[in-house]
Design a protein around this ligand. Structure first.
Ligand SMILES: *Cc1c(COP(=O)(O)O)cnc(C)c1O
Length: 436
């Protein structure tokens, strides 16, 4: 097949997709809207790689946006799924695999004493907020600009600009009433949280945040920030919710809370705990979680919750992680990758900063430090788009947005890192020469 023939085929397939799916995709981040060009269609995943329908292989740093810590098609997960498929896909009645998953989460995540399994991260965060409101009898909550907590109405408030400050909805269809009780502040600005809580803290049901931001690029909490939020919430009877849908089992077996030693009242999980099947979870202190139906009055339910395929895959991945604790090795690999990327970008004359922690990493085209979404938006976004395209041409699939973290798996190794850094040297030079 000639290159031209495959380019035409791809354009046709993309046209078909656009005719029947909004934007051609089922989730906005999959489109290449912010970097330009069209995405490829995936044929299969193999370890650290994706192979598209044209047979091109890419080193995959998205890993389904987090879930595949063991890479694509790991035998441990495939075997667990195969074994379950012969026994049915869903029952709507209790299974021991759900108990096993819950026991594992309770054992490993410091803030979880009881947990409820759901089907997505969105469901986990919207339910955690309901529980926080039900438990405290209050409605207001604080979130931080640039943190993503799924697409439930109360969380869909824009970062930045006057719209954000006024707490107006940034998506048509989100009624003003749904976000009236959402208050926004910049990440890492503890002074403003303290001021807000000194004046109005007793109205707040909760503070929710990604303890390490991964949805605005990767941004670490400054020393004392998480501890300060813990203090302020405790002093005012509000709950602290760590949204660890991304960081859970990515930064370590205990998530960000294990790493930073700050224990929230409620925790949300997703992504890694399902190993690529639809899943989520919310859990926390027993006193709070026992208010959830049917043991308490706060309603939450789901036909497919605790789905046997999801728990089979999730249990297999979590058991492997518990037995092998790969996080130090992954962090060393990520550090090598980020150092290589930064030196490639800087040698080509770009400003760049970045960080690696656990199995996550992030690079900004910004001199750093980047402490908030507001600062992340100062990065060179147009240049990132060109860099992304140049990397894709060299077989490296980075998230098609400057506001996303990168993900490693245990199937990534020195060979993939070397290839990526070499590609970045060429790509960065090409971008700066303006030949792209
Ligand atoms: C991905 C993500 C969500 C939403 O999870 P979905 O499964 O996509 O609904 C919520 N919070 C954080 C921090 C996430 O990264």
């Amino acid at each position: 097949m000639t290159t031209n023939a495959s380019a035409t085929e791809l354009a046709d397939a993309w046209k078909r997709a656009h005719a029947v799916l909004p934007g051609g995709v089922n989730s906005p981040v999959r489109s290449f809207k912010s970097v330009g060009g069209d995405p490829f269609f995936v044929d299969r995943g193999e370890g650290a790689y994706l192979v598209d329908t044209q047979g091109t292989r890419y080193i995959d740093y998205i890993m389904s946006w987090g879930p595949h810590l063991l890479g694509h098609g790991h035998p441990v997960i495939d075997d667990a799924l195969r074994e379950q498929i012969g026994r049915g896909t869903s029952y709507g009645a209790p299974t021991l695999a759900e108990v096993e998953m819950a026991e594992r989460l309770v054992r490993l995540v410091p803030g979880i004493e009881m947990v409820r399994l759901v089907n997505s991260g969105t469901e986990a965060t919207m339910s955690a907020l309901r529980v926080a409101r039900g438990f405290t009898g209050r409605t207001r909550f604080l979130k931080f600009t640039g943190c993503y907590h799924g697409h439930a109405d109360p969380f869909l408030v824009a970062a930045g600009s006057g719209v954000a400050t006024l707490g107006l909805p940034n998506s048509p269809g989100v009624p003003e009433a749904a976000v009236r009780d959402t208050t926004l502040l910049p990440f890492n600005d503890l002074d403003r949280v303290r001021e807000l809580f000194a004046a109005e803290g007793d109205d707040f049901a909760a503070i929710i945040l990604e303890p390490v931001m991964g949805n605005a690029g990767m941004i670490l909490p400054e020393p004392g920030f998480l501890e300060g939020l813990r203090e302020v919430t405790e002093a005012h009877g509000a709950l602290l919710i760590f949204d660890e849908v991304m960081t859970g089992f990515r930064l370590g077996l205990g998530g960000a809370q294990g790493r930073f030693g700050v224990t929230p009242d409620l925790t949300t999980l997703g992504k890694v705990i399902g190993a690529g099947l639809p899943v989520g979870a919310f859990g926390g202190r027993r006193e709070i979680m026992s208010q959830v139906a049917p043991s308490g009055p706060i309603y939450q339910a789901g036909t497919l919750s605790g789905n046997p395929l999801a728990t089979a895959a999730g249990n297999a991945q979590l058991a492997w992680l518990e037995a092998n604790d790969p996080y130090d090795d992954l962090e060393a690999l990520g550090t090598t990758l980020v150092e290589g990327l930064l030196s490639a970008l800087r040698d080509a004359g770009m400003e760049a900063s970045g960080v690696a922690m656990g199995s996550m990493f992030g690079v900004f085209l910004h001199p750093g430090p980047v402490r908030s979404f507001e600062e992340a938006k100062e990065a060179d976004l147009e240049r990132f788009g060109r860099f992304h395209r140049a990397m894709l041409q060299r077989g490296v699939f980075l998230a098609p947005s400057p506001f996303e973290a990168g993900f490693l798996s245990v199937r990534h190794g020195p060979e993939e890192i070397d290839h990526t850094v070499r590609a970045a040297r060429e790509a960065a030079r090409e971008v700066m020469d303006g030949t792209l």
